[in-house]
Design a protein around this ligand. Structure first.
Ligand code: CDT
Length: 307
């Protein structure tokens, strides 16, 4: 048996502060059309794809940042993406900043089916960075000021002939993210990211960022028998360099495709979702081998407890 899903990782190069949404949507449309020409059925765009990574600046009054958020999806500006996807019969996953009617702010990703309908929404669970202005930093990473951590957790949705899950950027560094989806039989996890290369206090940058990015996603894929599609907004954005290295990873943990530039770039892979069973039914047969009764600390405590 095989269930084939041709998926595209649509990496974006930098989006500068002065780039308006219309110009970004034009870039997304170009990537969408390229994906269609490569017979992809699902295109994955990065975290906060529609704007520059605005948490790198602090504003005293958060409403001054309202213009970075989407209050409706689709909006007049993003609708051409939905329309083109429907016309081409291709689905997509898109990350953006969401401002709800209740005034809540989330770092959000949606899954859009081939008919242009939104089938799932995921809001980022693990929010990294800081809540307050930290003037000594070369640039801010104030995600904790701009976004509320979602309590909705990690869902898995039946779509694209399989079981699809989502996570966003920092979520990929936490094994719990993958496992919660693994326990729902996830077969493909979609993850957009923005990973600055200079956030470590040592200004010589962290040479291990690319390694850690691959390490967490490849091990998360293998240990849960799932494909993982990790998609960056990379390159030098407003003076801050960000990791590219978008990739499509098999349930074996092997790399199927990876970008080679830090710019807009599309890579694709034909994924046989039935490949997941090799790992789910044998090595990681959760029903048979998991021991939740000895994992109590995983959900029972947050920080480290030294006995
Ligand atoms: N966007 C995002 O979550 N980035 C984080 C880096 C945060 S550094 C304070 C990441 O895990 O890549």
């Amino acid at each position: 048996m095989s269930r084939l899903l041709n998926v595209a990782a649509a990496q974006l190069g930098p989006v500068q502060r002065t780039d308006d949404r219309k110009s970004v949507v034009a870039r997304l449309l170009e990537l969408l059309r390229e994906a269609h020409s490569k017979k992809a059925e699902l295109v994955v765009f990065p975290e906060l794809a529609l704007t520059t990574f605005f948490p790198r600046w602090f504003v005293d009054d958060i409403t001054q940042a309202d213009h970075w958020y989407e209050t409706e999806m689709p909006s007049a500006i993003t609708k051409p993406l939905f329309d083109e996807a429907k016309k081409l019969n291709i689905g997509f996953c898109l990350g953006y900043a969401e401002l709800t009617p209740q005034g809540e702010r989330f770092n959000t990703q949606i899954l859009v089916e081939r008919d242009g309908s939104i089938v799932a929404k995921y809001r980022k669970v693990h929010i990294p960075g800081h809540e307050h202005h930290e003037p000594d930093r070369p640039f801010q990473h104030a995600e904790r000021y701009y976004f509320k951590p979602s309590d909705d957790g990690f869902g898995v949705w039946k779509a694209f002939g399989g079981r699809i899950g989502m996570m966003i950027c920092n979520d990929r560094r936490w094994p719990e993210s993958y496992r919660v989806m693994g326990l729902q039989g996830v077969e493909m996890i979609l993850c957009g990211y923005n990973t600055p290369l200079q956030y470590i206090p040592d200004p010589s940058q962290d040479p291990l960022q690319g390694f850690h990015n691959a390490l967490v996603m490849q091990s998360g894929a293998y240990q849960n028998g799932t494909f993982v599609v990790g998609v960056a907004k990379g390159g030098v954005e407003e003076g801050v360099d960000s990791l590219a290295d978008s990739s499509i990873i098999a349930p074996s943990g092997e790399l199927l495709a990876k970008t080679v530039t830090s710019d807009d770039e599309l890579v694709t892979a034909v994924c046989d979702l039935d490949w997941c069973n090799n790992y789910k039914n044998t090595l990681f047969n959760f029903d048979r081998y998991r021991r939740p009764e000895v994992y109590g600390r995983i959900t029972g405590q947050r920080g480290t407890v030294l006995d």
